[in-house]
Write a protein of this length. Structure first.
Length: 130
């Protein structure tokens, strides 16, 4: 059954779906939610740091570019599928931008933490049944 469900996916998505299943991760953000998040943050030119599911270490702080739906492009990382992001941290030049983004994220129903001028968003959590 899993093979049928994954048959229409591109190769990268298949790899990520297998990894997510193997690691017993539950996605907290879908492509639509990522699009809404990116629409609220990209115009404010944040610095970002991302931890990808496929990497052991998080990226360095870098800029963010707007890319096609379902993708995000931290400048130092290159374009990646949003579903590959385990977590993302955001830093803004102004406190006003930070406060407005936190408000926007909460309005969108995105669970985030804000501490010491950095917003953290987790895209996955471990399944309680694993």
């Amino acid at each position: 059954m899993m093979g049928t469900k994954m048959a229409g996916l591109d190769p990268r998505r298949k790899i990520l779906r297998s990894l997510i299943e193997k690691e017993a991760l539950v996605g907290l953000l879908n492509d639509t939610k990522w699009r809404e998040i990116l629409e609220s943050i990209v115009p404010r030119h944040p610095k970002v740091r991302v931890k990808l599911l496929t990497e052991d270490e998080a990226s360095e702080w870098t800029g963010l570019s707007k890319v096609p739906p379902s993708y995000i492009e931290p400048v130092s990382v290159g374009p990646v599928l949003c579903m590959e992001i385990e977590w993302i941290e955001l830093r803004f030049a102004s406190e006003a931008d930070l406060v407005e983004v936190v408000r926007c994220l909460r309005r969108l129903g995105v669970n985030c933490l804000s501490d010491a001028g950095v917003i953290s968003i987790r895209a996955y959590q471990r399944s309680l049944t694993s």
